[in-house]
Design a protein around this ligand. Structure first.
Ligand code: SF4
Length: 314
């Protein structure tokens, strides 16, 4: 494991204002967070008037982003390092809005590039399941708030620790995690600074999307489904195909395939197309059967290409 941080961006960033080094023993992953709630019950919305600070969202014209990078060389990551450029939460004025870049580097001896999306979910749960945080959107559409109620005992060190603890414990294929936050104050360049970083990040996303577009539904016999949102909507299940991504935007067909291969008993399930009832509507026997089982016998039919009669829960 490396001991010196690597430069992540060519964009000229100010020096870090805070650097924290966590104990990397997995047993200590949540140490010091005993008075902060974690888990699905803390998935919440923080409303106007309730937030201490918000990052991204409409007031910044969505000029913020969140991304995870797989590190190939173990020596290029400093496990447990949390770096903040900009003011920490207690140093911010109440009800401020800042553009934010939240970048996470992960490494695992067997972690493959196509498994990064799987790890991304573990990372996201680290934010969403931490008491007092609201997180919506993905990539460059994020909107995050931290509540006034939790602000007195919250810092980016704790958020980074929660992210690392979540991804290492939920995705055992990830063995190291390094987190960097950039809170772009006007003095640091605000949205323009984030824009410079985004210029380096967007080509990677575009390459992934271009690769995904190469495949169409007709190329495969097996689709996939996701039931992760059952924790908030008990009968919900999405169907993901090469051409159809769920509204959350969190998984692609390729990511579902790789998640299922790693965790066949998990929240991603196989949905074979089976007999074609109506290709125009996207109505398939195999999808009907899978969704009937996975929706707790709530949905008998799904038309993947129509919202008129039997729309999906996507
Ligand atoms: S794919 Fe569907 S069930 Fe899975 S996280 Fe997204 S919206 Fe929720």
């Amino acid at each position: 494991m490396g001991t010196e941080p690597k430069a992540w961006y060519k964009a000229k960033l100010p020096p870090p204002t805070h650097v924290w080094q966590l104990d990397t023993d997995l047993e200590a992953a949540y140490e010091g967070m005993e008075d902060i709630g974690t888990g699905p019950r803390y998935l919440s919305h923080v409303r106007k008037g309730e937030y201490w600070a918000e990052y991204g969202g409409p007031k910044t014209n969505y000029m913020s982003f969140f991304d995870a990078y797989r590190v190939v060389d173990e020596d290029d990551i400093v496990d447990g390092r949390i770096e903040l450029i900009g003011p920490d939460i207690p140093e911010q004025e109440p009800e401020v809005t800042y553009p934010l870049a939240m970048t996470i580097r992960i490494w695992g001896s067997e972690l493959k590039e196509e498994q990064t999306d799987y790890a991304l979910r573990g990372i996201l749960m680290g934010v969403m399941w931490t008491e007092g945080w609201m997180f919506t959107g993905t990539k460059d559409t994020i909107w995050i708030r931290v509540s006034k109620a939790i602000a007195p005992k919250m810092s980016f060190k704790i958020l980074g620790q929660a992210i690392r603890a979540s991804v290492l414990t939920m995705c055992s294929i990830v063995e190291a995690c390094e987190v960097r936050f950039v809170v772009a104050t006007p003095e640091m360049g605000g949205a323009d600074l984030i824009d410079e970083m985004l210029k380096e990040t967007r080509p990677k996303w575009e390459a992934i999307e271009a690769k995904a577009r190469e495949m169409v539904d007709e190329d495969v016999d097996m689709f996939y489904g996701c039931t992760l949102c059952r924790m908030i909507a008990p009968n919900h299940a999405c169907i993901v195909t090469p051409s159809i991504v769920p509204y959350c935007g969190m998984v692609t067909y390729a990511a579902c395939k790789s998640i299922y291969e790693m965790d066949p008993q998990g929240y991603i399930f196989e949905a074979p197309r089976g007999e074609v009832f109506d290709s125009m509507l996207g109505w398939y026997k195999g999808i009907d059967e899978a969704i009937w089982e996975k929706s707790g016998h709530r949905h008998k039919h799904f038309h993947l290409h129509s919202i008129i009669k039997y729309s999906t829960t996507n």
